[in-house]
Design a protein around this ligand. Sequence first.
Ligand SMILES: Cc1cc2nc3c(=O)[nH]c(=O)nc-3n(C[C@H](O)[C@H](O)[C@H](O)COP(=O)(O)OP(=O)(O)OC[C@H]3O[C@@H](n4cnc5c(N)ncnc54)[C@H](O)[C@@H]3O)c2cc1C
Length: 329
Amino acid sequence: MQIAIVGAGIAGLTAARQLQSQGHHVTIYEKSSGVSGRMSTRQTEVGGFDHGAQYFTAISDRFKKEIGDWRKVGWVVPWESRLVTLEYGASSPAGRSGKRYVPVPGMSSLGKQLAHGLDIRTEQQIIALEPFENQWLLSVKSDMVPIAVSAGPFDAIILAIPPEQATPLLQGHAAFSKQIGNVHLEPCWTLMLAFQTPLNLPYDGAWVAHSRLGWIARDTSKPDHRAGERWVCHATQAWSVEHLEDDPERVKEKLSKAFHEATGSPIQPIHAVAHRWRFAQASTPLPDVYLWDAKKRIGVCGDWFSVGLEGAGRVENAFLSALELAKVI
Ligand SMILES: Cc1cc2nc3c(=O)[nH]c(=O)nc-3n(C[C@H](O)[C@H](O)[C@H](O)COP(=O)(O)OP(=O)(O)OC[C@H]3O[C@@H](n4cnc5c(N)ncnc54)[C@H](O)[C@@H]3O)c2cc1C
């Protein structure tokens, strides 16, 4: 079959590899200039920041096996980090067990490895799906062409994108729209900080209590990251929702203040940038593995499906959801 996949995050890439290995002809459309989606590394003049997903864990045997394979080829390594809880400046052991893994040399490198050998059209946003006889046409928008163009026909389509981005493409599919309608990804404001000198804090990552920040991590404590003192800080979900439309400069000031309060460090950064993830992680997932309409041959997958696990919004959910959808196709 000729199959189109919308989205080149871990879900889209996983589905594409599985389908291609079964002999299908797969084309991925990605609106950004690179692959990996929310597993991203922001490159700056002071070094890279893993400013989306921080690390990943594995609950299921299937994902543990996949991580084992990625480790064998050197794409992923364990992050042996000192993790604590910070409460009013005092740190205590986090008490959250389990192995944490990171791609090397940065979060986005896993997607780049998975993308090898796949047909990926970057900077091409899908803005509509049109049924065409018993197949599908895609309406593609790209900065290089002033008008949307048609791609296809395809025998099947997979949407491997957040629910808010899938909904406009599913207007002709009432059943899916209804199911997806109640799922939302919450936003997350992220602050990236770089310092000239080490802060010498006795931890690599911390869950922060009673703060605008929920999580801070010394990005440069991750294996194979370039030297330096770079920190990634995620605001809490509640603060991010409340300040969603704030000016990034104002957000930067507020979150920088929270960082200094939480860590007790007075050292000023040489680089500070705020980034808004409008769709970061699902708080209430869809209690399913994927959606698939065998008659119309259209499917939806991603990290916002619970895939039989507790919670969602993780790399593992995205991987399992996509793999199972590809298998059923
Ligand atoms: C701040 C933050 C922190 C996180 N922390 C963790 C963590 O510590 N551990 C963990 O396991 N997970 C974490 N996550 C979640 C993790 O990043 C996601 O679960 C995972 O990356 C989702 O992959 P995906 O392929 O489902 O979606 P995405 O990565 O969102 O991929 C979707 C892709 O589709 C593209 N796209 C969207 N619409 C279109 C369109 N119309 N046309 C073409 N392309 C389109 C997007 O550009 C994107 O590249 C975090 C996420 C964020 C944002």
